[in-house]
Design a protein around this ligand. Structure first.
Ligand SMILES: Cc1cc2nc3c(=O)[nH]c(=O)nc-3n(C[C@H](O)[C@H](O)[C@H](O)COP(=O)(O)OP(=O)(O)OC[C@H]3O[C@@H](n4cnc5c(N)ncnc54)[C@H](O)[C@@H]3O)c2cc1C
Length: 389
């Protein structure tokens, strides 16, 4: 390791330090609220990050603002933000993974409204209604929570967070091997590329993918096996998603319909046109999520068949026969979609002492974007604190 000079974030907390964290604090002259580690010299680290999901981007944002660490991010896909995913089709922009994020976490709200550029950050005004087994659509329970999104798509979250850092993000780079040696953590990608050594490693993939990486890791430590077991204990729901485009505007008072008792083949359908700036006037785009059992049973069926079935069911639920015949369609299978439980904390903490941090919604124990972001912020802070000690 080399020792770096103090940076502009390395200072004693001032003013209102705590938002539930020992590091969170006031604002520097540039308005930056990351940081506040300790007034001791900082060990300059090389940090490797597997995955560029919401949690990883939030952690990178904090680490970059709190330390002089060099950050290298390896992301297997061509985009950022993982399961919060956005596609474009001509003038239409739609999210095909997460739909929106809630304002449930004060720090995440502060992050997106005060620290990041809030241009294009929007609340979805229309409510969420419910539908039941009898096909009845009713007002149901809509909470006062805001449903936040960006005009440009939810991927803005990771783009804006990484955009604030000096992290080097390598897309289309799938990590296949992890090795721990005396010099640190080493990674191998699917093309045989070698990365590292890293003083600390952040692992953001969903629990089954993290477990698979660690199961095969060349890391001779009892912490490895415990961490694998912890990750393997997390169960997931599968979601098969159809995106249905129409050349007319659907006139309904709700943004989305949810089937709370999960008794039907469709769990959720949402109107992307309720998100400002997404769908041109005179058009509609429906995002239809099949329930987990249906998604597992039909995961490998021909997509056209699945879409036809889901479009027909959508027409029945919404009560408009035109919806059975979309003008264009898209689809996405999410085999590992939503964690149903969290991982036990003990093995995760033990691994952190060896410099390996797992992070994401499955660590938070909540299949929510705001929970993943919060977990990333907290993880980044723990790493920054550890680096200062
Ligand atoms: C269909 C669906 C609907 C959802 N709806 C909502 C919603 O409306 N509201 C809400 O709050 N949440 C929703 N969620 C949940 C939300 O998307 C997640 O909680 C959140 O995105 C998780 O972020 P993360 O950083 O934990 O993980 P991820 O987003 O999964 O990020 C992990 C990253 O790691 C990468 N990766 C994996 N393996 C490797 C590897 N070997 N090498 C390199 N990179 C790798 C992945 O490509 C990915 O980019 C939904 C999820 C799905 C699937």
């Amino acid at each position: 390791m080399r020792v770096c000079a103090l940076d502009r974030y390395n200072r004693i907390p001032e003013g209102d330090v705590c938002r539930g964290s020992p590091l969170w604090g006031g604002t520097d002259s540039g308005g930056d609220r990351r940081r506040l580690v300790a007034a001791a010299p900082v060990w300059c680290m090389h940090v490797g990050i597997i995955g560029a999901g919401a949690a990883a981007s939030a952690a990178a944002y904090v680490i970059d603002g709190s330390t002089d660490a060099e950050l290298t991010v390896l992301e297997k896909s061509g985009g950022l933000c993982g399961r919060a995913a956005t596609r474009r089709r001509g003038p239409v922009t739609y999210d095909y993974g997460a739909n929106y994020f809630k304002d449930d976490d004060e720090r995440v709200v502060d992050l997106v409204t005060e620290q990041l550029d809030s241009e294009g950050l929007e609340n979805i005004e229309e409510p969420i209604w419910v539908f039941d087994e009898e096909g009845t659509v009713s007002e149901g329970r809509d909470s006062d929570d805001r449903k936040l999104t960006y005009r440009q798509g939810l991927t803005q979250l990771a783009k804006r967070l990484f955009g604030h850092t000096n992290a080097t993000v390598h897309r289309s780079t799938r990590v296949e091997g992890i090795e721990r040696t005396d010099t640190g953590w080493h990674l191998t990608d699917a093309d045989g590329g070698e990365w590292g050594p890293f003083d600390a490693l952040l692992c953001n993939p969903p629990a089954p993918q993290t477990a698979a990486l660690l199961r095969d890791a060349d890391w001779d430590d009892p912490a490895r096996e415990s961490l694998v077991e912890a990750a393997e204990s997390v169960d997931y729901r599968t979601v098969w998603t159809a995106i249905l485009g129409y050349e007319f505007r659907l006139d309904r008072p709700y943004y989305a319909l949810v089937n709370p008792d999960k008794s039907l083949d469709i769990d959720w359908l949402a109107r992307e046109e309720c998100k400002p700036g997404r769908v041109p006037d005179g058009q509609s785009v429906l995002l239809v999520q099949a329930n987990s059992d249906w998604s597992v049973d039909h995961y490998d069926d021909p997509p056209a068949e699945n879409i036809e079935t889901l479009a027909g069911l959508t027409a029945d639920i919404v009560g408009d026969e035109r919806l059975a015949d979309p003008a264009w369609t898209d689809h996405q299978g999410w085999r590992v979609a939503l964690p149903e439980n969290g991982a036990p904390e003990g093995p995760l903490q033990t691994a952190e002492r060896a410099g390996l941090y797992v992070l994401g919604d499955w660590v938070a124990g909540e299949a929510r974007l705001h929970a993943a972001l919060r977990n990333g912020l907290d993880t980044g802070e723990r790493l920054a604190l550890a680096s200062a000690q």
